[in-house]
Unconditional design. Structure first.
Length: 160
């Protein structure tokens, strides 16, 4: 993602500065995508007025800088590893908040995914699958499993 873009060059390119490296690289203008670096980054990128890779990256970056590491893209949840602990992002209070899978007013969060799957399993009686992709050791299942354990144990207690 470019931090700085020059005016159009005579050869039909623009120079852009690569983030942090401060290196200027020429790029043909016809390969550039329109992007608004000041646009509001919605919880769900489906609602972007102009969906393209440049705007998706800008929104992901803006949300990350606001410590919002989860972003919905329709039914897909995108997560960016913050490589730090974000206080209040996980735990019993948050699990309780995300128990209702159908509450669309809640911000994007990893707990939405197992909540929806569990809700669908209980209402349809059909098995559900979760596809979790990412770096090994990044904590993907570490945050999903406690949500499922707590919800299942609470539902088992209610039924008995």
């Amino acid at each position: 993602m470019a931090d700085k873009v020059s005016e159009e060059l005579p050869n039909g390119c623009v120079n852009f500065m690569v983030h942090k490296s401060k290196r200027m690289i020429p790029l043909p203008l016809d390969k550039c995508l329109p992007a608004d670096i000041n646009q509001h980054a919605p919880e769900d990128l489906v609602f972007l007025p102009n969906v393209n890779p440049a705007n998706i990256l800008i929104c992901a970056r803006n949300r990350f800088l606001e410590k919002k590491i989860y972003t919905n893209i329709g039914m897909v949840l995108m997560s960016i590893n913050p490589f730090e602990v974000i206080p209040g992002l996980y735990g019993k209070k948050m699990i309780k908040m995300y128990e209702n899978a159908l509450d669309t007013s809640l911000p994007a969060h990893v707990y939405c995914i197992p909540s929806r799957a569990y809700h669908n399993m209980c209402t349809t009686g059909k098995d559900q699958s979760l596809l979790i992709s990412g770096e090994s050791g990044a904590g993907k299942s570490k945050f999903l499993l406690p949500f499922l354990w707590i919800n299942e144990s609470q539902n088992s207690t209610r039924q008995n």
